[in-house]
Design a protein around this ligand. Structure first.
Ligand code: FAD
Length: 513
């Protein structure tokens, strides 16, 4: 952008400072962007959000991971108020069903999975107990998993000292439409201007290719200095105007369609997302206060849309509340999420399937990155490169974690046979090899999923290491079993003392009808 001609404003603000931000799109990404930027910058930025009533939001992002608490805190959201407003529930874990055969089940829970022994992760003792024929499920040592199993919930008790009650880690399920509406109210009260209208035609661009304005169908133009593209899969500015390009990861993540349908609530109110492996993909179940969100993520090469719809409708816990809504996607990421004066956030920047509920988290990290590299009108190339490099790394590590689930399924049906035989990224293969040897795992510095997540998922998916860490043998089998018994008993006692999830909600944050 040519800055030579920028005139100083009447105020003492630098003429190089960005003052006008345009957010294109009013889905979860658009309103999260609007809420955070307006809270952070207040009246220093003039923020406009454009959304079209004609183009619906994807509307299915309803399960989260604990990091969303820090986003909510930054935008000033009170937890109980937010749960009420979004018909939300609490989430302690993901319940993986049938991934290692019919009837199999494991939890990927938030928080720790037992007690470290020196530098050893607790699963090392469990591996030894297993060798001794004395191990049950590893979930027994994990407060998040045990509470989930028994439909109990309370937030961490900071006064609980060394007790597992102090280590409970939770996220949320919420109605995506209500979350966007909730954030919209906050953003508008913080000065964001909302324009309803459909953007059409080509964005107006300066000689250097920077976007100057977009035009609405009714003829109005909206000018800006920084554009945040939250227009969803279409990538209105980042792709259609600026041609960022897309890296397609379908060869590792073959699911490319989803059907989503809500159904009536059933009891008990579970504090976890359920994901069940199916023949051509997997099915999600997300419990909210007023309904259950369901969906089937599948590969169109392995099942027809009609068959997928009939499978989904036949496997709901409650009565369907509508027809399944189809969604199509390509797994992968834009080559660059930030090009010139456009930063793509949300689905406009890429898509990884929601097996581990990561997309909303990636909206949040994109926004934190943008804040930490907030530009002025010079749009320094080094800063943009840093933003794109960090985005790239984040995508790749999360991608690897999701591929690991697929790779480890051992089933002779076509989709799963393909996944079992596919070559995975080297970065993942190295992790799997090291883990398969003696159960060691090393999360990378910017890996969202830390060691305890990898351990739960790799063991849960059936990758049992050949050996345990040799350091385990420095402790006697009796002491190892006593240690594990002790942890299991403490966890069980703690869970006994916790309220039921439904009672906790009734007491603190029941939504209106
Ligand atoms: P969208 O919701 O598509 O919003 C796009 C916005 O752009 C809309 O407001 C639209 O009106 C506007 N727009 C587009 N074109 C124009 C135009 N020409 N003019 C004006 N406005 C325009 N994430 C999770 O974290 N957890 C989950 O459990 C989860 N489940 C998912 C399941 C599926 C099947 C899919 C596909 C996604 C899931 N996600 C999940 C991802 C999550 O839904 C998205 O990350 C999130 O909703 C953000 O979407 P968005 O705001 O980027 O795009």
């Amino acid at each position: 952008m040519n800055t030579d001609s920028v005139e100083a404003t009447a105020s003492n603000v630098s003429p190089l400072a960005i003052r006008k931000v345009v957010i294109v799109g009013g889905g979860t990404a658009g309103w999260m962007s609007a809420a955070l930027l307006s809270k952070t910058f207040g009246a220093k930025l003039d923020i406009t959000l454009i959304e079209s009533d004609e183009i619906s939001t994807v509307g299915v992002g309803e399960a989260t991971i604990p990091h969303i608490q820090s986003f909510n805190r930054l935008v000033g959201v009170d937890e109980n108020d937010f749960i009420k407003a979004t018909q939300g529930t609490f989430k302690l874990a993901i319940d993986f069903r049938d991934w290692t055969g019919p009837g199999s089940r494991y939890f990927h829970a938030f928080g720790p999975i037992g007690q470290h022994v020196g530098w050893l992760y607790p699963h090392q003792y469990w591996l030894k107990a297993r060798r001794l024929g004395r191990a049950g499920s590893m979930d027994a040592f994990c407060i998040g998993a045990q509470a989930a199993l028994r439909n109990k919930f309370m937030p961490a008790d900071p006064k609980a000292g060394n007790s597992p009650l102090a280590e409970i880690s939770h996220a949320y399920h919420f109605d995506a439409g209500l979350y966007a509406a909730y954030l919209r109210k906050r953003a508008e009260s913080q000065g964001v201007t909302r324009i309803e209208g459909k953007i059409v035609g080509h964005a107006k661009r300066a000689e250097d290719g920077f976007i100057e304005s977009v035009t609405l169908e009714r003829g109005e133009t909206v000018a800006g200095e920084l554009f945040i593209d939250c227009s969803g899969f279409r990538g209105l500015l980042i792709e259609q105007a600026l041609g960022a390009g897309f890296e397609d990861w379908s060869h590792w993540l073959p699911c490319n369609r989803a059907l989503a349908v809500p159904c009536a609530s059933v009891t008990p109110l579970t504090p976890y997302t359920r994901v069940t492996k199916r023949e051509a993909g997997w099915q999600w179940r997300i419990p909210l206060q007023h309904r259950i969100g369901n969906g089937y993520v599948y590969s169109s090469d392995h099942i027809s849309d009609d068959e997928a719809a009939s499978n989904l409708l036949g496997r709901l816990d409650g009565e369907a509340l509508g027809d399944p809504r189809p969604l199509r996607f390509t797994p992968g990421k834009r080559n660059k999420a930030w090009v010139k004066n456009v930063v793509a956030v949300g689905l406009a920047s890429g898509f990884l399937e929601p097996l581990e509920s990561t997309s909303i988290h990636m909206i949040q990290t994109a926004l934190f990155r943008l804040l930490s590299l907030f530009p002025d009108k010079r749009f320094a190339c080094a800063d943009i490169d840093a933003y794109n490099d960090q985005t790239d790394v984040e995508y790749r590590w999360i991608r690897d974690f999701i591929i690991a689930h697929y790779k480890l399924v051992d089933e002779p049906t076509p989709l799963w046979r393909y996944c079992r035989n596919m070559a995975v990224p080297e970065s993942l293969q190295e992790k799997l090899d090291v883990f398969a040897s003696a159960g060691r795992i090393f999360a990378n510095t910017h890996d969202l999923f830390r060691e305890v997540s990898w351990i739960q998922v790799l063991i849960g998916q059936g990758l049992i290491p050949e050996r345990y860490d040799p350091a385990v043998d420095l402790t006697s089998p009796e002491d190892i079993l006593a240690h594990l018994d002790g942890v299991e008993q403490v966890v069980s006692k703690c869970v006994n003392s916790m309220p039921y999830h439904s009672d906790y909600i009734a007491r603190t944050c029941r939504a209106g009808p």
